[in-house]
Ligand binder design. Structure first.
Ligand code: CS2
Length: 468
């Protein structure tokens, strides 16, 4: 490595002397630009021994990037008028779980570990469309039968907790930082179901000694490219394989329900509250709901990036309606959140052209995202007799996307969804997904009018795409 340019801020504490207090599953770019930064700030403000040991459940990429640099990486905040770079010291290193499963369990069972956090994305929770644990998944099945080293978060946490219980150690806080509705309560239910089926005594211990606070996490973090890394090298004078680029905005709302000690994240900008739900619902339905709409509608119109899609007059009105007239109507007016100002701020964040946020990144894993982003608000609005033309237009674009004929589909259910298309065809796909017995009927069932609207959009967008 070369020398660090003088204007790149360094960690404000003695990094090497801090012990690990947090084990984090899913140490992708989002975590490095969010929780790792709050934790770095907390240690700079005086907290001690909260370094983060990252765990990758599959790929060795992040370990290969960060371990040779002792976990250090550059964080760059970028907007049209500002670039700020700093070095983050809170990550101690990364374990590749399939290579060293015992090391992961040791870390979970260490007396100094108090918090296990997760950004494993929606699909990392291995749920069925109705939200319950997918016991048919091969990795969950293998973990539950104990036929080899753990593969899923459930298998690893169960093994770590069993060791803690046997050693008479304290419980853990399991902190989900993924974009699921009610993420803390859901993780608690999934973990409880897993333990009840595999080790009922441990399930009792878990209920007594562990906590799963809910969180709302927010920061837009595009996937890094080689070009980005080259740009950072020219900026800081460092070749940094683990660098991340993000927007200036950052928000973290955490339910005040921990099993033991935690960093004083609230001293460095996080909000610790008694109820996360209003923040989480607003963020999932307005920000993420608009994001997914921009992704599928934007890709259909030939755009590559979020800032291009939001600048397209044909899409801007749909996004405004989806956020203000549809999603916002499902949120509590008395939550204290100014929803009109929130929508304004989101539009400005989407317009940040310097972020280069790819629509294809957001379009990934739609089967796991659509329920909390669109189907919940559709169900609430439908029960209240309100129409949702913008959300339906976006949903139709997703239905077209999962046919697999418009572009490649990166989704754990891609094969199943493409088969639904093959079996039911363009005239039957809406009913197969959202009819009385449809795949997603547990989340939302289309009225006959909504089904007609979806069908009409599908017909139009199908022709439009075919004509391109
Ligand atoms: C995005 C999110 O990829 C996606 O699905 O909607 O990652 C989004 O950028 C973050 O949730 C913003 O906080």
């Amino acid at each position: 490595m070369n020398s660090l340019a003088a204007d790149v801020a360094r960690p404000g504490y003695d990094v090497a002397s801090q012990a690990v207090g947090i084990v984090h599953f899913g140490i992708g770019a989002f975590h490095r630009a969010h929780q790792a930064v709050y934790t770095d700030d907390a240690m700079a403000a005086g907290d001690r021994d909260w370094r983060i040991l990252g765990v990758s459940l599959r790929s060795a990429d992040v370990a290969d990037q960060l371990n040779p640099q002792d976990g250090l990486f550059t964080l760059v905040e970028r907007s049209s008028d500002r670039v700020a770079a700093r070095l983050i010291g809170s990550v101690a290193g990364v374990i590749v779980a399939p290579e060293h499963p015992e090391a992961v369990i040791d870390a979970l069972a260490a007396p100094t570990t108090h918090i296990v956090s997760f950004t494993v994305t929606e699909k990392g929770y291995v749920r069925r469309p109705d939200g319950t644990l997918d016991w048919d998944n091969a990795a969950v099945h293998a973990d539950s039968t104990g036929s080899g080293p753990p593969q899923t978060i459930y298998g690893f946490i169960a093994a770590g907790l069993a060791r803690r219980k046997a050693a008479g150690l304290a419980g853990l806080t399991l902190l989900s930082c993924d974009n699921l509705a009610d993420n803390g309560a859901r993780l608690n239910r999934l973990m409880t179901d897993y333990l009840t089926a595999t080790d009922p005594d441990l399930a009792g211990w878990f209920a007594q000694h562990c906590r799963c606070p809910g969180t709302m996490v927010d920061r837009i973090v595009p996937a890094m490219t080689d070009e980005d890394r080259g740009w950072i090298a020219s900026l800081s004078g460092l070749e940094d394989a683990g660098a991340v680029i993000t927007e200036p905005f950052c928000q973290w709302v955490i339910e005040d329900d921990f099993a033991g000690p935690r960093p004083r994240w609230e001293a460095v900008g996080a909000q610790i509250v008694s109820d996360v739900e209003p923040y989480e619902a607003a963020k999932l339905r307005m920000l993420n709901g608009a994001h997914s709409a921009l992704a599928y509608l934007g890709l259909d119109r030939g755009h590559d990036y979020v800032h291009q899609a939001i600048a397209d007059p044909a899409l801007r009105g749909i996004i405004e309606s989806l956020m203000r007239d549809e999603a916002a109507q499902t949120l509590h007016a008395d939550s204290g959140i100014d929803l009109a100002a929130y929508a304004d701020a989101l539009i400005a964040r989407f317009a940040n052209a310097s972020l280069q946020h790819r629509l294809a990144q957001i379009a990934m894993d739609g089967s796991q995202k659509v329920p909390q982003r669109w189907l919940e608000p559709l169900a609430i609005n439908q029960a209240a007799g309100r129409d949702c033309p913008a959300t339906l237009q976006a949903l139709a674009a997703w239905i077209g996307h999962i046919s697999g004929t418009r572009r490649p589909v990166d989704d754990p259910m891609a094969v199943q969804l493409a088969e639904l298309w093959t079996t039911h065809g363009p005239d039957g796909i809406v009913a197969a997904l959202f009819g009385q017995d449809g795949l997603y009927s547990g989340s939302w069932t289309a009225t006959p009018e909504a089904a007609v609207a979806l069908q009409a959009h599908l017909a139009v967008s199908g022709q439009a795409t075919a004509a391109v």
